[in-house]
Design a protein around this ligand. Structure first.
Ligand code: NCD
Length: 302
């Protein structure tokens, strides 16, 4: 990771395992806060978010602070981007102030990869368009491994707007490196057939019941209207066909885990009773986000 963390696709299985093990050591004991360390004392990390974010931005900021780094967050609306400055000029301006790392979210797929070719400052991809969201897949894996011993041989159903989901893509890369059986499910316009070529052994289905049957993990995705430039599926029908409801859980393995990267839309992709059920690990995912990002930042900067 000499030049940051741009995607899961570039990581080996061993690198992923090392990050997940280190993240485990950062997990707080029940009722306690994350450890306060000085591993990154004197370092400055810039969070540059060109898209909205609640959890990812806060999580990176807390992670950096818990390691003793100085952080600052810049959002597109509050920066000179809104005055017409180009992406390269914005980044060069920031780099001239010598931060040690840049955490970046952008609506264009490949934006951090493009910039990393010009900059020596390491970039952590916090989500680029419909492409990758590597720390989300890492925190998802950490969450599964907190409850299951291993990823191998699990069946994971990823359900919803797969076409526009960087979360799905990073998870497919990660889970397929560990021999997970992955089933992708969504309405045809949100489940392009080419996705089947991303990894060997991927199954695609438009039938939610088929996807959930015997699943160990169900990952729900938000319908990402901000990335849909064409009318895809009538909103009212979506929940009826692809919303996860309590009755579905009995099709899965008895102790199935229900995940969602957030933000969740109750009554659209997931019912409230499922989101708040014993099976839901949605808040565990959020908590693990901090531990995983601590591991990623530490690895990058020490
Ligand atoms: C996801 C994202 O931004 O890609 N959210 C997140 O980072 N937790 C998923 C989404 O926005 O639907």
């Amino acid at each position: 990771m000499a030049k940051g963390l741009l995607g899961i696709e570039d990581l080996s299985r061993t690198e992923i395992e090392t990050i997940l093990d280190r993240a485990k050591s950062f997990q707080p004991a029940a009722g306690e806060s994350f450890p306060r360390l000085d591993r990154l004392r004197g370092r400055t990390i810039v969070n540059l978010f060109f898209e909205n974010s609640t959890r990812t931005r806060t999580s990176f900021e807390i992670a950096a602070k818990r390691l003793g780094a100085d952080t600052l967050s810049i959002t597109a609306s509050g920066s000179s981007v809104s005055k017409g400055e180009s992406l390269v000029d914005t980044l060069n301006t920031l780099v001239a102030m010598r931060p040690d790392a840049i955490v970046m979210r952008h609506s264009a797929s490949g934006a951090p990869h493009f910039l990393s070719r010009y900059l020596t400052t390491p970039i952590v991809n916090a989500g680029d368009g419909t492409h990758e969201h590597p720390t989300q897949a890492l925190l998802d894996a950490r969450t599964i491994l907190d409850i299951r011993d291993r990823l191998e041989n699990l069946k994971v159903a990823i359900i919803g707007d797969i076409a526009h989901s960087r979360v799905a893509r990073s998870n497919i890369h990660l889970l397929s490196k560990f021999g997970v059986e992955i089933v992708l499910c969504g309405p045809a316009p949100l489940l392009p057939k080419q996705l089947g070529e991303m990894a060997p052994g991927l199954t695609l289905t438009n039938d939610i019941r088929h996807a959930i049957r015997d699943a160990d993990v169900i990952m729900m995705l938000r319908v990402q209207l901000e990335r849909q430039h064409e009318s895809t599926f009538p909103a009212g029908d979506y929940f009826k066909f692809y919303g996860l409801r309590l009755e579905h859980l009995s099709l899965a393995k008895p102790n199935v885990l229900v995940m969602h990267p957030g933000p969740i839309n109750r009554g659209r992709e997931i019912s409230s009773d499922v989101a708040d059920s014993q099976s839901s690990v949605i808040l565990n995912q959020v908590e693990n986000g901090v531990a995983v990002r601590m591991a990623v930042l530490e690895r990058l900067l020490t």
